[in-house]
Structure formats: C-alpha cells, structure tokens
Design a binder for this molecule. Structure first.
Ligand SMILES: *Cc1c(COP(=O)(O)O)cnc(C)c1O
Length: 466
C-alpha cells in the first residue's frame, strides 16, 4: 500500500480563486469593469473545475486561463445585439435581425428616441391624438385598402385579428397551412391562445373548396388563409386560391383573412407577385396582415390592411393597447412608408436595394473582394468567384432563389475552422460552407463591410495586420 503522501493532490486545488483571477484580469486590463472581471473569472474557473473533474484534460496553466477569462470578459462587455457581417446571401435572416433599416430610417429612430415627440398629441387642437393616424393613412394610400392598422409584429397582428373577430367561435383553416414559423409561432397554438376554436379542413397536401364549405356552420366566424412562408409543397397537391375562398366567404357572409407573412406594398421586379399585399386585397381578402421587417424592409411591426369595419373593431379591442407599436418602430415605419410614397423605395430601402442588385454589379463586387483578400492574405488561402443562388429568407418566398455571386475561400485547416474564427472576430462574419469551401456571398454585404471582412479574414488566418 502506498503511503498517504503519495496520493495525487486534488487538481482542482491548483486552480486560482475567483478573486485572484479577477484581480489579475483587472491588472491586465484596468478599464475592465469589476463585475465583468468577477463574472468572467467565475465562469472560466467553473468550466475548468468541470473539465478537471471529468478528467477530460489536464488543468490549464494560469496564463492560459487568464487569456480565456479575458476573452470571456470582452464577450460579456460586448453590446447585444452587436453588429455582424452577413455574408450568407440571405437578405432576410431572422437570426441576424431580418431587415436592416435604411440610414434615413435609423436617423428617424434616433431623433424620436432622444427627444420629446408629438406621439399622441394633435398639434392643431392641443388635444390627445392618435399615434397611428399618420401611418394608417399612408398605408391605406399606398395599398388602396379602405383602412389600415399596425401593431408590434405580425404574430401580434394575427393574435389581434383572431381575438377580435372570432373570440369563442370557429376559424376554418386548411391542414396544409397549419405552419410553424421560427420555432415559437405555430398557427394552431396562436389560435388557441387567441381564444378561438380551430377547425381544420382538407388533408396535408390537398384541400378543396368543398372541404371549407362543409366545415362552415353557425359557429363559424372567419376563414383564415396562412402563407406557407418557410416551405413548399410539390407533387400531388392542391389548395384553394384566395379569390375562390373570398368568393365563398362573401356567399356565406364570413370575412376572409390572409396571414401573408411577408408582404410588400409595391411589385418588385424579379420577385413573385404573391407577396404584393394590394394584389391580395384585389383578390378579395377582407383583411391581410404581414411583417414590417420582412420584404417591406422596415422595422419590426405587424401591418394590417382591409375593410374599415374590421379595422375599427381591431382598434377597439383592449388587446390592441397591449400589442401596440412603440414610438421607435413607429418612426422607422413612417420613414419607410414615406420612401414608398416618394417613389424612392427601390433606391433607399436597403432590403429592396439588396434584393434587386443587378447580377453584373454583384459579379464586379465579388471580383474586387477576391482580389482584395488575395492581396491581404497571400498564400494562406485561395479565393475564386462562383455563381451561387441566394435565398430571400426570413420566411419569405420559400424555394425562390436569386442568382448571386460568392467568393469561395479554401484555407488550410478547413472551412469549418475558418467559419468559427470568423464568428469570433471583433465584427463577427457569418458565411455559408459548401464542399469545405467558405462562401462569402456579396449580395448581403453592406457599405464598408469589406474593411471589417478583410480584417476578420486576416485575423482568422493569423496574418499580421499592418
Ligand atoms: C413571419 C410570419 C409570422 C410572424 O411574423 P413576426 O413579424 O415575426 O411576428 C406569422 N405568420 C407568417 C405566415 C409569417 O411568415
């Protein structure tokens, strides 16, 4: 038997205390706030303890631990959300905040944020005013709708419509449209929480007009159509078109509502017409709703267009107050609608400019980027331009591809590792990977992104910066 003294000491004892590591962090970086140093030290020591306990690897030397804790501290200090570079080519990326606002819209937000504003004041009479009056008028003017309304987001719009028009009654929806959007918005669940009774009709792949007809009874309050935003159905499929459904609604005295998901106020050349909200109203929908930060290119909002009596009912629902748009979103939406009214939307609204960028311009940009990166990193990676279809994204126009161009990067250590390091850059870069190449799609690069992109690539490939 071995004497007691030769038993290995508990390696956890070799770890510094949280206080000691936090003190070294602040000696190293005197500007680091105390809370960040303590929190970073606590998290990293906890991680180390777990590693040592699971014997997954020997404990880190103190210098390494310090370096990790420093990185952690900077991450804790970073603002959230922080700027990233979207090199995925997906214009409306829900994880990346969907539509970036045009600079003018962002200025309107800043102005409304830091001053007093006439949010709910009628300057003519000095009495209380309606926060939504201006944008409602503009929305109606742009779309030709009788009336318009806006709330915090499209999920809120759907909730408000169902709760206002069908509380305690039945809403008929096709089984092919009971979709889930982004994990937390599921049509059946939002219907339940809105206080309405879902009546499913048809089969997953096929729904016919007769299915709707049979489902209508005394308890039916409305017919709902939901855009399949993030998937397509192919093969043996059929659905009832909006005109047909609207005709049925009129015959039976029931409003027909469409959740369009992604909607536009203008027809965008090169994109399918189905997203054009005025077209949906012309096909007979009594109400349509869609997101402000998808194809419209504005702030997060839920836009509602349609019949005056229905919109008035929405306005009067006490839930409208709980779902209302805030002054920052309102300022951005107002600016965005002005851009449409002035006829400068395709130039000034960033999302539209990105979606309609001509292929030749993308090709030139990719060429320039490839040359620039080649010059910056020398032999550490190879760069070539290739044609790559891009997606609209954000639950918009599934299956619809935009012709695009990407710079494909092949680097030592592989694309996965490069992608990881780019995500950890001071301005993180997000890109796609295909066949062990990293694809930098130029469609979604914004002005000045190239500078940070070059810096991130150099850093990721350990090229000294000059
Ligand atoms: C995106 C989407 C929603 C949710 O809209 P938010 O603005 O994210 O709340 C609801 N319905 C459909 C069909 C959508 O595509």
């Amino acid at each position: 038997m071995k004497p007691q003294s030769e038993v290995k000491p508990d390696p956890r004892r070799e770890l510094p205390s949280v206080e000691r590591l936090a003190r070294s962090l602040r000696r190293h970086e005197p500007t680091l706030p105390k809370w960040t140093a303590v929190e970073a030290a606590r998290i990293e020591i906890q991680h180390e303890r777990e590693h040592v306990l699971n014997a997954s690897r020997p404990p880190l030397a103190e210098a390494q631990l310090l370096e990790r804790a420093l990185r952690r501290a900077w991450r804790l200090l970073a603002p959230h959300p922080q700027r990233v570079i979207n090199a995925t080519g997906i214009v409306l990326h829900t994880n990346l905040g969907r539509a970036p606002l045009a600079p003018g819209a962002a200025e309107a937000v800043a102005a409304a944020a830091s001053r007093y504003v006439d949010l709910e004041l009628d300057l003519e009479t000095g009495r209380r005013g309606d926060r939504l009056a201006a944008v409602s008028d503009k929305l109606a003017r742009l779309s030709g709708a009788e009336a318009a309304f806006a709330v915090n987001n499209n999920a809120a719009a759907v909730l408000l419509v169902l709760n206002t028009l069908a509380l305690g009654r039945q809403v008929v929806v096709s089984r092919g449209e009971l979709v889930e959007i982004g994990g937390s918005f599921r049509v059946p669940e939002i219907m339940e929480r809105s206080g309405v009774v879902l009546v499913e009709v048809g089969a997953t792949n096929r729904t016919h007009l007769a299915d709707y007809e049979r489902a209508i009874g005394d308890e039916t309050a409305l017919l709902l159509k939901v855009h399949r935003s993030n998937f397509e159905q192919r093969g043996f499929v059929s659905e009832v078109g909006l005109s047909e459904l609207s005709e049925l609604g009129r015959r039976r005295g029931l409003p027909v509502v469409e959740d369009l998901g992604s909607g536009t106020l203008v027809q965008i050349p090169g994109l399918p017409a189905e997203a054009w909200a005025p077209g949906r109203l012309r096909q007979g929908a009594d109400l349509v709703c869609f997101s402000g930060d998808k194809l419209l290119g504005g702030p997060q909002a839920g836009i509602l267009l349609g019949r005056t009596d229905l919109v008035d009912a929405l306005r009067r629902n006490p839930l409208a107050r709980a779902l209302r748009l805030d002054k920052l979103g309102l300022a951005a939406l107002d600016w965005t609608l002005n851009a449409y009214l002035d006829g400068r939307a395709e130039r000034d609204i960033l999302v539209l400019a990105l979606l309609t960028a001509p292929l030749e311009r993308l090709e030139r940009r990719a060429q320039r980027l490839a040359e620039r990166l080649e010059k910056a990193v020398g032999a550490r990676a190879s760069f070539r331009c290739l044609a790559e279809p891009g997606l609209v994204g954000g639950g918009s126009l599934p299956g619809f591809e935009l012709p695009g161009v990407a710079v494909a990067v092949r680097a030592e250590g592989g694309a996965q590792r490069l992608a990881e390091r780019l995500r950890q850059a001071p301005v993180p870069v997000l890109a796609r990977i295909h066949d062990d190449e990293l694809l930098l799609d130029v469609r979604t690069l914004l002005d000045e992104d190239e500078i940070e992109l070059e810096a991130a690539i150099k850093r990721a490939l350990s090229v000294a910066s000059d």
